[in-house]
Design a protein around this ligand. Structure first.
Ligand SMILES: Cc1cc2nc3c(=O)[nH]c(=O)nc-3n(C[C@H](O)[C@H](O)[C@H](O)COP(=O)(O)OP(=O)(O)OC[C@H]3O[C@@H](n4cnc5c(N)ncnc54)[C@H](O)[C@@H]3O)c2cc1C
Length: 338
């Protein structure tokens, strides 16, 4: 374990933003993490735990210690004829876990295939896609408080999961480091076809009874056709959450815009696609210098070349202002801004 000084984070964030960190260390175990947190030398430094860097935007250099989580390992724990608990180190790549499970015909996370990043970051925003959310299979996690170095276990209710959020994105933001995650998965999996494009693609492929492997292939195919690959164009996926508005407000909007897509969250609230709002404001594929929105998916803000984090952030602010002005709806960031 070696702490290095003044390192570029360009290859450690999927926006490809070129910023420096004052200090940087990669840790491979809970013991190494505790060693770093306990060391007097860095005790006063601001700390940032970094996974794959696929859900954050650096707007300036980081004046502290970046701790890259590389705790590895996937283990099958308790199992019965139906369920199995899978424990994974927080530094494992999320999609490697999905593939590992599918290869063993263990189901429950196949719709979350190909989401970038690490397992340790997955509970932070309760990752979700194509009709599945992490919380559905989440069992518990372990981690360490940055200030006290105390270890703590969180069960599902302790995590306060909600749409792209959890206690770790709110009260415990930058205070707690997740070191391992346990999921409860199915040994006799039922496939989830609740998201129409997945169902339609299965029908198109003439698959009558899709397996979890089929679902993985379909989801990866859809994702590749819709979302820019961060290796080619820097991005962090959806920049904003889909806003939830009151039913009354939705009715007024729907009258004015009959093509408005939506779905009901509950009796009183409706979720609107942020991409639709952004496109209506003329932002689809718009570019200012090297920062802009993606031509196929305006919810994804991209770095077309050498945009700075500040330039990308400015675009996000302009989009928010336009959506607020045109629709009186406030967009909330999904991406963590630093
Ligand atoms: C092309 C693309 C598509 C995407 N699609 C989706 C999608 O469909 N659904 C979805 O939900 N997300 C999606 N994302 C966002 C992103 O992949 C997820 O949020 C992912 O979980 C982030 O993981 P990471 O390891 O890269 O986290 P990072 O970006 O490294 O960190 C994100 C935040 O979590 C904190 N953090 C990271 N690890 C830990 C830890 N071990 N303990 C405590 N805090 C930690 C960081 O400090 C930071 O605040 C997409 C991103 C991209 C680039």
């Amino acid at each position: 374990m070696k702490v290095v000084e003044n390192i570029s984070l360009k290859n450690l964030n999927t926006f490809g933003v070129d910023v420096n960190s004052k200090y940087f260390v990669e840790i491979y175990s809970e013991e190494e993490l505790k060693q770093v947190l306990n060391s007097e030398e860095y005790s006063n430094q601001q700390k940032l735990i970094l996974g794959g860097g696929s859900n954050l935007l650096f707007t300036k250099d980081f004046n502290g210690l970046v701790i890259k989580n590389s705790i590895s390992g996937i283990k099958l724990l308790d199992e019965d004829s139906n369920k199995v608990i899978v424990e994974t180190g927080a530094g494992v790549i999320w999609d490697e876990l999905v593939k590992y499970c599918i290869d063993k015909n263990i189901g429950g996370i196949e719709n979350l295939s190909y989401i970038p990043g690490t397992v340790g970051a997955a509970p932070i925003q309760n990752i979700g896609a194509y009709g599945q959310e992490l919380e559905e299979t989440f069992y518990e996690l372990n981690g360490i408080y940055i200030d006290s170095c105390e270890t703590k276990n969180f069960n599902k209710s302790g995590c306060s999961f909600s749409y792209r959020s959890s206690i770790f994105k709110n009260e415990l933001k930058n205070k707690f480091i997740i070191t391992s995650v346990r999921l409860e998965l199915n040994k006799n999996p039922n496939v989830n076809l609740s998201y129409n494009p997945v169902k339609e693609e299965a029908e198109k492929r003439n698959i009558k009874h899709p397996t979890i492997k089929d679902i993985r292939e379909i989801v990866i195919n859809i994702r590749k056709s819709k979302l820019p690959d961060p290796v080619e164009i820097g991005n962090a996926g959806s920049f904003f959450k889909n806003p939830v508005i009151a039913k009354e407000k939705f009715k007024v909007l729907k009258k004015e815009y009959p093509d408005l897509k939506h779905f009901f969250v509950d009796e009183d609230n409706v979720k609107i696609p942020a991409a639709w709002l952004i496109e209506k404001c003329g932002w689809k594929g718009k570019r200012i210098g090297d920062a802009g929105t993606h031509e196929k998916q305006p919810l994804v803000i991209v770095n077309y070349g050498n945009a700075s984090g500040k330039e990308i952030y400015e675009i996000s602010t302009m989009i928010k202002i336009d959506v607020k002005t045109n629709f009186d709806i406030s967009l909330e960031n999904e991406v963590n801004i630093l």
